[in-house]
Design a protein around this ligand. Structure first.
Ligand SMILES: [Zn+2]
Length: 196
């Protein structure tokens, strides 16, 4: 099972290398022949020469157009994904001591939540409201290892466990996920308060 997955990812890596190699060699061919010829005949260029050249190097031009199309699409998608993220705060507080430490689950990962108690029921000692100060993670759901974050070609966020290989691809980065977990936990207390 694991070996098969490894082989597939190896094939994909080779396929990527191969594609990049093909594009690079085509680009080099284009530069050395097409551009060079173009410069040479520029002195007395006419439309017929130009259209002949377009026909001759049609294949290369298609490749170039495809490449440009891919780059534009990639830029566009990455831009859209970047806009989904929660901006980083200007000031990050560190070294705080929190009242509570709890485990949480969300987005297919485990998290560690540090929070301060804002209000307690004076009679039952039940916690009524908390303020989440820090969220640690994401951790692997199988073995609690810290997930490694990377980005895919089109800019999605890929999380992978270095030990068991557990993988998830999401539209949100680590910081955005932490903020979502924080709000989700605080929302539960807000909801209980509002409905009691
Ligand atoms: Zn794992």
């Amino acid at each position: 099972m694991f070996n098969k997955r490894k082989t597939v990812s190896l094939v994909i890596t080779h396929l990527k290398d191969f594609t990049i190699g093909v594009i690079a060699s085509l680009f080099a061919t284009f530069l050395t022949t097409y551009v060079f010829q173009f410069i040479q005949i520029r002195k007395n260029i006419n439309f017929k020469d130009f259209s002949n050249m377009v026909i001759t190097y049609r294949f290369l031009i298609y490749w170039m157009l495809l490449l440009i199309f891919l780059i534009v699409i990639r830029w566009f998608i990455r831009n859209r994904i970047d806009k989904l993220q929660t901006p980083f705060p200007m000031v990050i507080s560190i070294g705080n001591n929190y009242d509570l430490e709890a485990k949480a689950e969300g987005y297919g990962f485990k998290w560690k939540v540090h929070a301060d108690i804002k209000r307690k029921n004076p009679l039952t000692n039940e916690i009524l409201d908390i303020n989440v100060g820090m969220v640690d993670g994401p951790y692997c759901k199988n073995d609690y290892r810290k997930m490694k974050e990377s980005r895919t070609y089109f800019g999605r966020y890929k999380y992978k466990c270095p030990k068991c290989g557990y993988k998830r691809t999401l539209l949100k980065n680590c910081w955005t996920l932490e903020c979502e977990i924080e709000d989700d936990i605080e929302a539960k207390y807000r909801w209980t308060e509002a409905n009691s």
